[in-house]
Design a protein around this ligand. Sequence first.
Ligand code: SF4
Ligand code: SF4
Ligand code: SF4
Length: 382
Amino acid sequence: MKDRVLSASPLRRKLRYFCLFAVNFYIVAHVLLWYGFDIKPWGKTAMTGVPALIRGNINSAAIMVAFIIASVFIFGRAFCGWACHIRGILELSDWVMRRLNIKGYMKLRRSNILLNTRYAWLLRMSAFAILLMPVALYLKKHSFSLTFDMRSPAPWTDLPGNEGLLFASQAPFNMAFSYNFSEIVFLVVLTLVIIFTATFFLNFFFGQGAFCRILCPYAFMLALFDNINPFQRKITRVGQCSGCRQCAASCPQGIDVSREIHHFNGKVRSRECIKCFTCVDTCEGRVLKDTSVAAAPQVIPRAEYDRRPWHNEFKNMQSIEAIGPTLDFVSIILSVFCGAIASRLGGFWFFVGTIVGFVVIRLTIRFLSQLIRGASIVPQEK
Ligand code: SF4
Ligand code: SF4
Ligand code: SF4
């Protein structure tokens, strides 16, 4: 199928790319102001606000997380689609791979094969629980106490080079930094390159947006607040759908949009939706809109979808590597465990360790499985 993502309404797509770029630009500017020019308006704004909130530390990160959660009640996971810096780098990897026209990836992308089993919530929950473990340990030692400090933590906390060391102070090996301007720039570039490389390989093996779909612990947290508010804006059918499924083929999250609106009163209910509007812009009939009003009834006859989206595992959407829930669960737990070991080097390395662990474990399972069965376990493109 032709890549309609590239040809559909480029304006909104470009605006979204711009927003994702701007978030990364903001982070870099914040770091340079803080460390290079000693201008310190507020501290780190990141998802690290979750443990801070739990500990009772009201800081800039905690306030940002509270805003993000509030936004999910109204817009769904639009934060993921428009304002998450990791998503920005992930989209950049996708863009680079499309430009390079990497055959295997393009094939994977066209089939929209992403790892998304019906047990994904269990895997995510495990990742989230493991992420919260240090908080639980902290709370065991220190009692909950309400504090307020907008300048804490510093913007580079948990990242390579924090406190003048490449890794955390307890790491078995290290390298010192003096925080002059060129070293700050080097650390920022190094961090971005590491994130880019990790997401590049994850996308390459498991499809577009794989980190968000498989490993991100915060996706589970945000999804918890999705679909609660009955007036939440959702991708909605506002016209007559022909059933062409262009929308489904274009969704970067692998959602079978067409089936969703067929089964759920004209609304996309999937908690994977990040409000990127690619489906809206791809639909030539202008059938979709992001709104809280009721959907238009479908009066024109259309091919029936007898099975619900998650039943459609080997065709197009909501698709998987069919290795079963047990191996899914084991591979995620093991990769999060790899992340926990890597986090001895600092919080940032949890991200890298989890991705590297996941890629290695899944490829090993793939290889062994093919060896035993003598056939591919990955659904082939139709
Ligand atoms: S799922 Fe996680 S990494 Fe992906 S956009 Fe959302 S918060 Fe960011
Ligand atoms: S919503 Fe639009 S793109 Fe999707 S199946 Fe219907 S007509 Fe086709
Ligand atoms: S359903 Fe539409 S808006 Fe939601 S993630 Fe998929 S393409 Fe984006």
